[in-house]
Design a protein around this ligand. Structure first.
Ligand code: AMO
Length: 432
């Protein structure tokens, strides 16, 4: 007999003999009938056992419990009462792998288990269709971002994760032993993506893990996240970078709307594809808006969570879910951002009060760069490998880093960023 190919539950067709494989989501007994609900990556299917007609199958089915792995062959039929409108009348059922009882966490689409317990048993938590939907949205979002970069002339690169120096400040670096030397896990590909602007690659992007030893527990910080980074050379100003950032967001949201309808529905997420160009507010504009709404800040103060949230609400009321904040004070931006008097060419991209990306135009003039490094208390000797790229022909350039989890978090309206990471890393969590 020819080997039958496995069919996912969403591809089943009535009138076709099929093979399905998955976990048992529930078992129900109803007089003359026994129902097994099988769950696979794509959905659910009801397996209907007529007790009188299939004694052998019934015997096996009676020993089955939730989360057992089974494989079922049988005829697919339309059945309006069944979840998804179809059922399988089994010809054979095989128990592939047994599940222990009781189960440590709940896997039905109502999420009732606490977050920590769910992360302890994350492999099982992801069987929950609602949880799985998050990772499909993340997957499609990253695919769309890659498409956008590729179709705009960007080259994908991979720069070192083990680094000799950090770019984003000493406090959040993870040190490690590298043979006899001290090294660090990268906080960002910042220094390398800039060096590549002197390499002729012109436009690059990198999607990779970055590491931050964050001391605070917030709903938007983790110790390891997936950063979407880009850098482009020969720019006129940071405006060139903003245009790519807004184009990327627009393209990705359009793609999600088209390819993730089901998943967005699960979360009741209404994706509005924003109109281009996004609203640009200068940092000074933002202080003005906040002051008018009773929140006074000194010029030069960083924008904290409550400031960003209030601004987000005000902007949303005006019809701007996405907006840039430009011309940040130089003193609160990193050394690599180009200064412009007391301000800078640094920007953030926010969505409904949450910072999703940050970047801007970089300082490409060697002497200026060294001057700012010293002003910010950094030792240029530690950055010689980086600085040498600025001494043999470095074009003007800029770029940004976008937090992929924050992007998905905001699109789906999820409270905690950890939910967007399969195995999150926080100060307390290193396993699983
Ligand atoms: P920044 O440090 O602002 O800039 O980070 C860029 C974006 O990354 C996300 N992000 C985080 N996400 C989860 N957990 C964290 N601990 C965390 N920290 C940051 C945010 C943020 O906007 N090198 C620059 C980028 C550049 O200039 O190109 C950088 O890393 O969404």
């Amino acid at each position: 007999m020819e080997k039958m190919e496995r069919t996912y539950t969403n591809d089943l067709q009535s009138g076709k003999k099929s093979l399905v494989k998955g976990w048992i989501s529930s078992v129900r007994d109803l007089g003359g009938l026994k129902f097994l609900i099988l769950r696979d990556r794509e959905g659910l299917i009801q397996i209907t056992i007529k007790k009188a007609e299939s004694k052998k199958i019934l015997e096996l089915a009676s020993s089955l419990v939730r989360e057992d792995c089974i494989s079922v062959t049988g005829m697919v039929k339309n059945s309006p009462q069944a979840p998804g409108g179809k059922e399988i009348i089994p010809e054979s059922i095989e128990l592939v792998s047994k599940a222990k009882t009781p189960l440590p966490i709940e896997t039905s689409d109502k999420i009732i288990t606490g977050l920590d317990k769910r992360f302890d048993f994350r492999f099982m938590d992801v069987r929950n269709p609602k949880v799985r939907a998050i990772f499909r949205v993340k997957d499609i979002a990253l695919t769309k971002m890659r498409e956008y970069f590729e179709s705009n002339g960007f080259v994908e690169v991979h720069t070192p994760i083990i680094q000799a120096a950090g770019a984003e400040g000493g406090a959040t670096m993870f040190p490690m032993v590298y043979y006899q030397k001290e090294a660090f896990l990268r906080q960002s590909p910042q220094l390398y993506k800039q060096m590549l602007m002197a390499s002729s690659l012109d436009r690059i992007y990198e999607i990779g893990s970055v590491f931050r030893a964050e001391k605070f527990h917030t709903r938007r910080h983790v110790s390891e996240y997936l950063s979407v980074d880009m850098e482009m050379a020969w720019i006129e100003s940071e405006e060139d970078v903003l245009r790519i950032a807004e184009g990327l967001v627009e393209y990705t949201l359009k793609g999600l709307k088209k390819d993730c309808k089901k998943e967005l529905e699960v979360f009741g997420a209404k994706v509005n594809v924003p109109e281009l160009p996004f609203k640009r507010l200068t940092y000074s504009d933002v202080l003005g808006i906040l002051a008018k709404n009773g929140l006074k800040k000194e010029w030069g103060d960083d924008l904290d969570d409550p400031d960003e949230k209030l601004l987000g609400q005000i902007m949303e009321k005006k019809g701007h879910e996405w907006y840039f904040i430009t011309k940040y004070p130089g003193k609160i931006k990193p050394f690599y951002i180009m200064m412009e008097g007391k301000a800078s060419r640094g920007m953030d991209l926010d969505c409904r009060g949450l910072e999703i990306a940050s970047g801007g135009q970089r300082e490409h003039r060697y002497e200026e760069l060294v001057k700012v490094m010293k002003q910010k208390g950094l030792d240029p000797h530690k950055f010689e490998f980086y600085l040498s790229a600025f001494q043999y022909g470095m074009p003007p350039h800029g770029g940004f880093g976008l937090g992929s989890e924050r992007f998905v978090q905001q699109v789906l309206g999820i409270e905690n960023i950890k939910e967007i990471i399969l195995f999150p890393r926080t100060p307390e969590r290193l396993v699983p």
